[in-house]
Design a protein around this ligand. Structure first.
Ligand code: NAD
Length: 483
């Protein structure tokens, strides 16, 4: 049986078990059984973490890039070595199937490796001078300073790894505030960085009241950068606070990803990929496909086959059964949100083909759900479901599908399936999103930028952008002495 770790904060290189503001319980979402207690940080403890990050910053920033790379790639190796145990703990506190938790953890190690490599590559550039009196114009990317990192519960290793990897590779110190429902995953990740040799104070880890912590950290004078992943509503609040205090801000927020499926698409491969991807992490994925726009000629067949595949999914407690394909939702609030959304279905708002209800008994389970024919204006087609629910709508011409796809303020991921080269070029250009994947669903690789437009946020993580987001641009221009 997997042991759940004793949750502690990390402040100035010391593990701290006692929260100045008490503690809160952590539960297994599949059973509702208590796993442990998570300490709640106080304002005084936050000030200690800020002081530690401020003190550690110049030393870490001055550490040569090659040395930062060595330490971070060691952290990535430790994460790979410990992946099996970490994935088991992630499933306990979050509910996702073991294979998904393991894949997330090893992918996070690859992410850290890529970002660490950038510490050796980002040497800046020389710009040709305009005057013979000028000797050199040098542009460098300098680490921006202490970074405040806020991450949610749906990818409790991958999202902190993206932010910690970028910040640490670039030479920033940081304070990480992961979700309070999944603190152990973040703690085990931070242990890898510490054991690899990241110096005391360079990483700090706190949990508690999210609103109090973000207000305190973003407004603190020491803070130079804020990175948040979570809902659009909270992202807007934190962005406003960061702007007011002129702190650099990156936000990866909600999405409501369209999937345009053309008549020429390889039907069997497409429907299999849709069913597998829609219910990954019980649909609690910011880039989850949610609005399926299907050419009318294949619409009925697509709905029937998608529903059939959804019904066959094995739903259950993944912490005791590795064959489970879809686990519970992360907390009771997500089940209530799904029930509320389902209450809007009917009439013009579509018809439930399969699923549509919470599963009785212990745990936050909701059935894989397919709704056919909701109007483009329905709640399902305009509000991010963030759960195991798909809306499917027929279209007659591709321009109409693009118009529906682009009709929301979200713009994180968009997908299309087609065998037509013309259609794939058209859709790649016409779909308004930070990431467009054609004939597959993979938009998150360590080497490529991940980010959205509009209400889905701004700035990118992973790829070179994931490193540069923690830097600021500096020009040094040198003239001949006495010129
Ligand atoms: P929520 O907004 O209550 O919480 C989401 C995350 O944001 C949690 O980790 C929480 O600790 C954090 N948070 C909340 N208020 C905060 C604040 N003032 N300062 C700092 N952090 C704060 O929502 P929820 O019900 O847990 O999740 C559902 C919604 O969250 C979904 O609608 C989805 O859009 C969004 N979400 C997005 C992502 C993503 O990957 N973009 C991940 C998780 C949740």
């Amino acid at each position: 049986m997997t042991a759940y770790p004793h949750i502690k904060m990390l402040i100035g290189g010391e593990w701290v078990a006692d929260g100045g503001d008490g503690s809160m319980p952590v539960a297994n979402p599949a059973t509702e059984a208590k796993l442990g207690d998570c300490p709640k940080v106080s304002a005084e403890q936050l000030d200690a973490a800020l002081a530690a990050a401020e003190e550690a910053f110049p030393k870490w920033a001055a550490t040569p890039g090659a040395e930062r790379h060595r330490i971070l790639s060691r952290a990535a190796d430790l994460l790979r070595e410990r992946a099996e145990g970490i994935a088991r703990v992630m499933t306990l506190e979050m509910g996702k199937p073991h294979a998904q938790a393991l894949g997330e953890t090893t992918n996070a190690a690859d992410l850290i490796d890529f970002l660490a490599e950038e510490a050796k590559r980002q040497g800046g550039r020389l710009v040709p001078v305009r005057s013979p009196n000028l000797l050199q114009q040098r542009v460098t990317q300098e680490p921006i300073g202490p970074a405040m990192l806020f991450t949610p519960w749906n990818f409790p290793i991958n999202l902190p790894a993206k932010k910690l990897g970028g910040a640490l590779a670039a030479g920033c110190s940081c304070i990480l505030k992961p979700a309070e429902t999944t603190p152990a995953s973040a703690q085990m990740l931070v242990e890898c960085f510490l054991d690899a040799g990241v110096p005391a104070g360079t990483i700090n880890l706190v949990y508690g009241d999210p609103a109090m912590i973000s207000q305190h950290l973003i407004t603190a004078p020491a803070t130079r950068k804020v990175s948040f992943t979570g809902s659009t509503a909270v992202g807007k609040q934190l962005g406003a606070l960061a702007a007011q205090h002129l702190k650099r801000f990156t936000a990866e927020l909600g999405g409501h990803a369209p999937v345009v499926i053309g008549e020429s698409a390889d039907f069997e491969r497409t429907v299999a990929a849709c069913a597998a991807t829609k219910f990954r992490n019980a649909g609690q994925v910011c880039v989850s496909p949610t609005r399926f726009l299907v050419a009318r000629g294949i619409y009925d067949k697509f709905v029937a086959e998608f529903a059939q595949r959804s019904e066959k999914l094995k739903v259950g407690d993944a912490s005791t059964d590795d064959a489970v394909e879809m686990g519970p939702l992360a907390h009771a609030g997500r089940v209530a949100a799904m029930q509320d959304l389902m209450g809007s279905v009917g009439g013009n708002e579509g018809e439930i083909v399969t699923g549509g209800s919470a599963i009785a008994g212990k745990g936050y389970f909701f059935q894989p759900t397919i709704v056919a024919g909701p109007s483009a204006q329905s709640r399902l087609m305009t509000e991010e479901p963030f759960g195991p629910v798909a809306g499917i709508v027929p279209y007659d011409d591709i321009e109409d599908a693009v118009q529906i796809a682009n009709s929301l303020r979200y713009g994180l991921a968009a997908y299309a399936f087609t065998a037509s080269l013309d259609e794939s070029h058209y859709l790649g250009k016409a779909l308004h999103a930070g990431m467009v994947a054609i004939n597959h669903f993979a938009v998150g690789s360590p080497e490529t930028p991940f980010g959205g437009v509009g209400d889905s946020g701004f700035g990118s993580e992973s790829g070179v952008e994931g490193y540069l987001g923690y830097t600021e641009t500096k020009l040094v221009t040198v003239a001949k002495a006495g010129a």
